[in-house]
Design a protein. Structure first.
Length: 643
């Protein structure tokens, strides 16, 4: 199936009174369309409107967002955006209606010659019915910033793209449905074995555990986003501060040298602290007094020949009595129960545990390692304080040299560092799998919460006689997970080979190769790439993902070359047309040179210029390469920021 954007139109949307953009030339569609929109005419807004219809998110837009589309220069009650799409030449017309009185938005659809359309409904061909999720749509309704995420170590974009474009998310859904099915069986097959009270307690704890897992997962996602934003902000402010500090090179060099030393010392402090904690977990290593007590206890257990199976004799004596130790009279029924159950107390597993304790106690040997580590820690803390004092002096000198601007930047950076530290600490607590960390529990750690959930599911399964169902569920989980992991591995291997072929054809002045995909793209023997290389790799990667699909999609992109140097733009211009059947690029005049101008002589390319009218006047649209080129020459430095 092939999807082609046929037409978009606007009516009373922000500064646009009436506007229609056609992507067809007679009976053929333009393979490349470049839409140059001046500031305030709606470049980024158009991307939002297209996404809002295709992923159906426009039906749930908040009143404030709906209000943001209302024209500021005239009073109207309604607005409309229309997107016409061909799916294998069958026309689907999507209307996004705005009610500016009640600040509501809704989608309706007409198909081919059909009349009307259900409000609040975005209809799709049957093959695509469950495909157009936000996570899928954003992979072909794209922007330059989204492209950079595939190489960003703080992003999972590269792996998420594989997941949604190859529908591996359906396997995740299967795991969820499998879990729901087990719960259904547990409810239906509850035969009453295991008391109602115990089942109620287990189910209540399971519900709480599931809420905790959902909460921790949600919090982790928020923390990841906040970390990315704060780190980016810190890098920007640090770059500004570095520029100021370069004016005082000697001080800056001294600062960097001290920071390296401080980092090394902090590592040694952490090692000493870890060693002290490890030693402190063994009481006999803390002092000779504790060691002597533990050895004495072990020897006494040997003398007394503990553990003994003393419980059997006790219960047999009890069964011979007329009354229980609680004072209640014993009948033959109670005596039989006591004799039958006496073997359940202090069995072989408990005896084995006590034997291990006895051996551990008698083998306790004291050493002076703890004092040695304390001395090491004192030494490194003293060194750390010394370096901090020196660093503080250098920073004060730098602060004086940089003035108020440097002072404010340092304050901002310190605040960001503190916030990043707090977020990373929270993130570590949630994702840690360290069993030796006693600060972790089922309420603050995902691994422990998931472990508790598995234990509770097992208990519920036993209580409701669904052990077999649980085993089947776990087996299916295992098979599906193996299929998912194998599919990901094979897809990644194939995608890397194909994408690297494209990259080698396009980036000829350097060796750039994808080494692996682990949440993000990792380049071979490179810690980073230029902006042009980053976009080239990203476009080759995304194009490869769509290449083997039986579904052909357009590629709608905002600011395809962004801030890429002029000499590198030819590279991007070579890539994009080879990857998708239809390209729609929203550009500013600053992106025309060495990019869009390469397509001036291409009959399959269309050029549209949209300018804002003066005062209440509507926007002006001009088609054709001549005016497009002329506008660029008159406005060569126009910013890409928009209203």
């Amino acid at each position: 199936m092939e999807m082609i954007i046929s037409e978009i139109s606007y009516s009373n949307i922000r500064k646009i009174k009436e506007l229609k953009i056609n992507f067809f030339n007679g009976n053929k569609f333009f393979r490349n369309t470049f839409i140059m929109m001046a500031n305030g005419t709606g470049k980024t807004m158009s991307m939002d409107l297209i996404k809002g219809i295709l992923d159906e998110s426009a039906n749930t837009w908040k009143p404030n967002k709906v209000k943001s589309f209302k024209p500021l220069n005239r009073d109207v009650d309604n607005g409309q955006f229309c997107l016409t799409v061909l799916f294998d030449n069958k026309k689907y017309k999507y209307f996004l209606d705005f009610d500016f009185v009640n600040n509501k938005s809704s989608i309706r659809t007409t198909v081919s010659a059909e009349v009307g359309g259900g409000i609040g409904k975005r209809r799709l061909p049957e093959e695509l019915k469950d495909l157009f999720l936000p996570e899928f749509v954003q992979r072909f309704v794209f922007d330059g910033e989204q492209a950079k995420k595939v190489l960003d170590s703080g992003s999972t974009e590269a792996e998420e793209a594989i997941k949604y474009l190859y529908r591996l998310d359906e396997l995740d859904k299967l795991l969820i449905e499998n879990d729901a099915l087990l719960q259904k069986y547990q409810q239906e097959r509850d035969s009453g074995r295991g008391t109602d009270q115990s089942l109620k307690i287990h189910n209540t704890r399971k519900a709480e555990c599931l809420k905790t897992i959902d909460f921790l997962t949600s919090e982790l996602a928020k923390i990841e986003i906040a970390l990315e934003e704060n780190k980016k902000n810190k890098e920007e402010k640090s770059s500004l501060l570095d520029e100021i500090n370069k004016k005082s090179k000697a001080l800056d060099d001294a600062k960097n040298e001290l920071l390296v030393k401080l980092s090394e010392i902090k590592s040694k402090v952490e090692i000493s602290v870890y060693s002290i904690l490890e030693i402190s977990r063994k009481p006999y290593m803390v002092s000779t007094y504790f060691c002597d007590i533990m050895q004495s206890l072990g020897q006494n257990m040997k003398k007394l020949k503990l553990p003994k199976t003393i419980s059997r004799g006790f219960f047999k004596e009890l069964a011979a009595k007329d009354t229980c130790i609680c004072g209640r009279e014993l009948t033959e029924k109670e005596r039989k129960v006591i004799i039958d159950n006496c073997e359940n107390y202090l069995g072989e597993d408990q005896q084995g545990t006590l034997n291990k304790i006895k051996n551990s106690l008698t083998e306790s040997i004291f050493s002076d390692n703890l004092n040695t580590e304390y001395d090491n820690l004192k030494h490194w803390i003293k060194e750390e304080n010394k370096i901090n004092n020196q660093l503080s002096k250098v920073l004060k000198d730098l602060e004086k040299s940089g003035g108020d601007e440097a002072t404010n930047l340092r304050c901002d950076i310190d605040s960001l560092i503190a916030e990043i530290g707090r977020l990373e600490s929270e993130r570590k607590t949630i994702i840690s799998k360290d069993d030796k960390d006693f600060g972790l529990n089922e309420k603050n750690n995902l691994a422990k919460a998931q472990k508790l959930l598995a234990e509770l599911e097992s208990k519920i399964a036993k209580a409701t006689q669904t052990n077999i169902d649980l085993k089947r569920k776990l087996a299916l989980d295992k098979y599906v997970s193996e299929i998912l992991n194998t599919a990901k591995k094979k897809l990644k291997e194939s995608i890397i080979v194909k994408a690297n072929k494209k990259i080698a054809e396009i980036i000829s002045d350097d060796i750039v190769e994808i080494e692996k995909i682990d949440k993000h793209i990792i380049l071979k023997e490179k810690s980073g790439a230029s902006e042009a290389q980053t976009l080239s790799v990203a476009y080759c990667y995304i194009g490869t993902l769509f290449e083997d699909s039986s579904l052909k999609f357009p590629f709608i992109i905002d600011s395809p070359v962004g801030k890429v140097d002029l000499e590198k733009r030819w590279v991007i211009a070579d890539i994009i047309p080879k990857l998708f059947p239809q390209i729609i690029s929203f550009v500013t005049s600053s992106e025309i040179r060495c990019f869009a101008e390469k397509f001036y002589k291409d009959d399959e390319s269309n050029f549209i210029t949209i300018e804002a009218g003066k005062g209440y006047a509507d926007v002006k649209m001009t088609e054709g390469v001549e005016y497009f080129d002329e506008y660029q020459k008159k406005n060569p430095e126009e910013s890409k920021n928009e209203f």
